[in-house]
Design a protein. Structure first.
Length: 289
C-alpha cells in the first residue's frame, strides 16, 4: 500500500483519499489462526506531518467551506495517528459536500483503525451511494464484510472493484483472501499472482499466497514466497512461523526449527511457532497425523 505525500495544493486534494486508503483494513493473512494485521501508515519522525497540518489549517481558515481542504487535512491527521481528529475533518467535509465519496471512504478507513467496524461499513456504503464507480469503497466494504464472515458479499464487492479498477493490487489481494477463506486456494493463488504482478514490493500478497501454496502442497514455492515476504519485512513473526510450517512439511526439520525459533523470538505468544517447536523438538504431534 502506498504512502503518498500530502500536498496543500488544490491538485493534491483529490489524492487525499488514496493517502487514507493506505490505512486500509486489508488483513495480511486469511488464516483464522493468524493475527489480524491492519496496514498503518509509516510514523512520521521528521515533524513534516505536523507542519503540513498547520499549513492545511491555514488553508481551511481562508476557505472554511472547502470540503476538499478538510479531506486533505483529515488524511494528514490519519497519517499521524490522530484518527478522531481525522474523523472530525471527514465529517465536516461530508457536511459541506454530502456527495463526497472520498470523504465517506476516508472516514470509514479511520473508523476501522479504531475498531468502529459498523460505522465503517455504513460509510463505505454511503461512499458507494454517492459514487457507484468509486472502486476503493468497494474494497473497503469488502474487507469489513470478510471480517464479519459475509464472504459472498465481500466477493461480490471485490468483483465490482476489479471491474472498476483492474490495475488495483489491493482488490486482487483482498479477493484472494476471501477465496482463501472459502477454501478455494487455487483461485486464491491466481488472485495473489495478479496482486504481485501489479505491485511486487509489498509483503502481504507473498505471505498470503504462501498459505495457499501450503494448503495445495506446494511447499518449495511457499518457502520462496515467505522468503520474499521476509525480505520486505523480516520482523513479521507470522511469516517466519508459516515458513517453518512449509519447511516442516518438506521434512527440513533444521530449517523449520530455525524459522519457528525466530518467530517465537519476535512474538513469544505465536501459537503456530509454539506448536511447531513442540513437534520439531521431539513432541509427539505431527503435521501429517
Amino acid at each position: 500500500m502506498t504512502v503518498l505525500t500530502l500536498r496543500a495544493s488544490k491538485a493534491g486534494l483529490i489524492g487525499a483519499a488514496l493517502v487514507a486508503a493506505a490505512l486500509g483494513g486489508c488483513e495480511t493473512y486469511g488464516n483464522a489462526g493468524a493475527p489480524k494485521q491492519f496496514a498503518v501508515l509509516e510514523t512520521d519522525t521528521t515533524g513534516a506531518t505536523n507542519v503540513n497540518i498547520a499549513s492545511l489549517s491555514e488553508v481551511i481558515q481562508r476557505n472554511p467551506n472547502d470540503a476538499a481542504a478538510y479531506v486533505t487535512r483529515g488524511a494528514a491527521y490519519a497519517r499521524s495517528g490522530q484518527f478522531n481528529d481525522a474523523i472530525g475533518d471527514f465529517t465536516k467535509a461530508v457536511q459541506i459536500d454530502p456527495n463526497s465519496a472520498s470523504a465517506y471512504n476516508n472516514r470509514a478507513l479511520a473508523n476501522r483503525q479504531i475498531g468502529r467496524n459498523d460505522a465503517a461499513l455504513g460509510d463505505f456504503s454511503k461512499a458507494i451511494a454517492a459514487d457507484p464507480n468509486y472502486g476503493p469503497a468497494y474494497i473497503g466494504r469488502a474487507n469489513v464484510l470478510r471480517a464479519q464472515g459475509d464472504l459472498d458479499g465481500a466477493g461480490n464487492d471485490l468483483n465490482q472493484a476489479i471491474r472498476l479498477t483492474p490495475e488495483s493490487a489491493e482488490a486482487y489481494h483482498a479477493r484472494g483472501l476471501v477465496r482463501q477463506k472459502q477454501n478455494q486456494n487455487t483461485q486464491a493463488i491466481g488472485d495473489f499472482d495478479a496482486a504481485i504482478d501489479r505491485n511486487p514490493f509489498v509483503a502481504a500478497p507473498y505471505a498470503a499466497r504462501g498459505q495457499s501454496l501450503i494448503a495445495t502442497n506446494q511447499f518449495d514455492k511457499a518457502i520462496e514466497d515467505y522468503n520474499a515476504a521476509l525480505n520486505v519485512n523480516n520482523k513479521d513473526a507470522t511469516s517466519w512461523a508459516y515458513r517453518g510450517v512449509a519447511y516442516e512439511k518438506s521434512n527440513r526439520r533444521k530449517e523449520a526449527m530455525e524459522s519457528y525459533q525466530r518467530a517465537a523470538q519476535l512474538d513469544p505468544g505465536n501459537a503456530i511457532a509454539k506448536q511447531g517447536l513442540g513437534r520439531v523438538q521431539g513432541g509427539v504431534g505431527s503435521l501429517f497425523n
